[in-house]
Design a protein around this ligand. Structure first.
Ligand code: HEM
Length: 488
């Protein structure tokens, strides 16, 4: 029987060329030296198949075999995985200038108005004095939160404490940035959708020749979503333009501040236009919303799991604040045990377990290992935070007292503990984030007894992690709440 000849005609020469280049990269050693050790990858996808939904976990397993500096390939992107405090210091301090860039992700282009978001303006907005000026707003929102929790606790209902605190944090962020609560535009659900799309794994970011095809449809959906949000933001800016001049520094929210910066500073080093303002608004909202509430959620879960620690936190609050009033931000400095509890929770449940990817701007050789330009860098703070060589044999245990007598803090100088990163790209919202997390927790635990529902034992509390833009728990902590003996 006659068979059809196999047709070898190459209909897509460009694709074929890229595939060949890719294969050459896999088999050829780098020209300028030895890459850090790492497992063998597959053609085209490299090590993408090894990462799964919670990449910090398999990356820790691999680092145990290949060491604290490991090289892998995500699609065609050379990627360095750092898993020890010493190597974290080399990347984030010693050679910070080389690694202070961020990779350009395809979807970020749609959200961030061509990546106009980063820059000095964020630091200006998140300065100590600006954060201070929003103290009354936080106080008011916190008071409303306590009132609504009390109503729910009076009716003996089960409360989804995680959801309640999340909405509190969202309202605080919203008022600080825009000056009003969510509800006018149904903005929050659009932002949530945008964040989910932004956090989704986009094949085009790793296998560049698939970029233009947008096979998952992420870019298309993202464009549609950001168009809706752009409409909201335009309206908000227009409204703010009208009253920025009249306010003259009084009760200015972030949009007012940015508009006045745009007016006064545009000829100097800080250039801001309307797109910058919109990009920064989205950026700060996204960074403020999920991070603080995820951190709070983990602390609540750990407190429910460790009644001993809960009792000690409440005793500290009774001693420092007393039972006659609510917690004030000015109390936070004196609540040293609460601070250790928050730090301990951030150690084992970092909100960004691999930080946000950094990218190198030039070739560099560190301790004999060659790291090519445009390598992506993942700092596995989750693995470092649980390393028994760094934190002693009880590294996996929740034990806040481990910080007693140490000078370790969240400022990014202690490379075994980097919940906010370190160096040039460190979180500019550290002060705000820590204030909100400690304040909300202090108020919650001071005013209410939280108990697990249906006689559930603390040992049965589910601490599974869920994939997301940050690292949240799989299940929100639902608790039975009763009023504590504070006079409300
Ligand atoms: C508990 C709360 C928070 C935690 C744990 C946290 C953690 C982090 C981490 C780990 C990074 C990446 C650092 C790196 O890649 O080296 C980061 C970046 C960032 N955070 Fe936060 N953050 C929190 C709250 C906030 C808040 C409240 C804001 C703003 C209102 C904020 C704004 C930002 C911004 C703009 C960046 C990007 C900085 C850059 O790329 O230069 N964060 N944050």
């Amino acid at each position: 029987m006659q068979t059809e000849p196999i047709r070898t005609e190459n209909k897509h020469p460009r694709v074929m060329q890229l595939v060949q280049q890719e294969l050459e990269n896999v088999v050829q050693p780098p020209k300028n030296g030895r890459l850090p050790p790492g497992p063998l990858g597959l053609p085209l996808i490299g090590h993408l198949h090894m990462l799964g939904e919670l990449p910090h976990r398999p990356l820790r397993r691999l680092a145990k075999k290949y060491g604290p500096i490991m090289s892998i390939r995500l699609g065609s992107i050379p990627t360095m995985v750092v898993s020890s405090p010493e190597w974290a210091e080399l990347f984030l301090k010693t050679h910070d200038t080389v690694f202070a860039s961020r990779p350009k992700l395809q979807v970020a282009d749609c959200i961030s108005y061509g990546q106009k978001n980063m820059g000095m303006a964020e630091y200006e907005l998140l300065s100590s004095s600006k954060i201070q000026s929003f103290m009354p707003t936080r106080r008011e929102e916190l008071f409303n939160f306590v009132k609504s929790m009390k109503i729910a606790s009076d009716s003996q209902s089960m409360i989804d404490v995680g959801a309640k605190t999340q909405s509190l944090v969202e309202q605080m962020a919203f008022r600080m940035i825009f000056g009003f609560k969510d509800g006018r535009f149904n903005f929050m659900s659009s932002i949530q959708e945008l964040l989910e799309l932004g956090g989704a794994f986009n094949v085009g970011d790793y296998i560049p020749w698939l970029k233009a095809l947008d096979i998952q449809g992420l870019v298309r959906r993202m464009k549609a979503c950001s168009k809706v949000i752009d409409g909201f933001l335009e309206t908000i800016i227009d409204e703010h333009v009208q009253d920025t001049k009249e306010l003259q520094g009084q009760h200015m929210d972030f949009v007012h501040v940015m508009l006045s910066l745009m007016e006064s500073n545009n000829t100097r080093e800080l250039h801001l236009d309307r797109d910058h303002i919109k990009a920064i608004m989205i950026d700060i909202l996204a960074a403020a919303m999920d991070t603080s509430s995820t951190a709070i959620e983990w602390v609540i879960a750990e407190l429910l799991k460790h009644p001993r620690v809960m009792k000690l936190v409440q005793e500290e609050l009774e001693n420092i604040v007393g039972l006659e009033r609510l917690v004030e931000e000015t109390d936070l400095n004196n609540l040293s045990y609460l601070k250790m509890v928050v730090m301990e929770s951030m150690r084992i449940h970092p909100v960004a377990p691999l930080l946000i990817p950094h990218e190198s701007i030039e070739d560099i050789t560190i301790n004999g290992y060659f790291i090519p330009k445009k390598s992506r860098v993942l700092i596995n703070t989750w693995a470092i935070g649980r390393d028994p060589n760094v934190w002693s044999s009880n590294a996996e245990e929740f034990y806040p007292e481990r910080f007693i007598g140490t000078s370790i803090n969240v400022q990014g100088h202690d490379f075994q503990f980097l919940p906010f990163g370190s160096g040039r790209r460190m979180c500019p919202g550290l002060q705000l984030g820590m204030t909100v997390v400690q304040l909300v927790l202090a108020q919650l635990v001071h005013c209410f007894h939280l108990e697990l529902p249906n006689g559930m034992s603390p040992d049965d509390l589910d601490m599974t992690e869920r994939f997301g833009l940050t690292l949240p728990r799989a299940n929100q902590p639902i608790a039975l709440v009763s009023t504590y003996n504070v006079n409300l």
